[in-house]
Write a protein that binds this ligand. Structure first.
Ligand code: ZN
Length: 93
């Protein structure tokens, strides 16, 4: 439990707050650096995920498809996202 979370920004995908401990990705939108939660977009998915459960499922699929080859950035990023999803589930985000 942490009640001292500091809000940095709003996510450009879900419009919810982005906290310093969240894994994020940046994109330049209309000349402004915008931030999103990393888990919304999994490499090779081609879509944005709006629910943790769906993102988690896709991550596991990707890791299986790549036979958990840790040299592949897709697996590395999927693992990173999975880690963050587990953390978010724990704090009930
Ligand atoms: Zn978000």
């Amino acid at each position: 439990m942490n009640n001292n979370r500091i809000e940095l920004n709003s996510c450009y995908v879900c419009e919810k707050p982005v906290f310093p401990e969240d894994k994020t990705a940046k994109k330049r939108i209309n000349g402004v650096d915008s931030t999103r939660h990393l888990w919304h977009r999994i490499p090779n998915s081609g879509i944005y995920f709006h629910h943790l459960e769906e993102a988690k499922e896709f991550c596991l699929k990707v890791i299986t498809r790549y036979k958990d080859d840790s040299n592949d950035y897709v697996v590395l990023e999927s693992r990173e996202i999975l880690e963050d999803i587990k953390r978010l589930e724990k704090i009930g985000a």
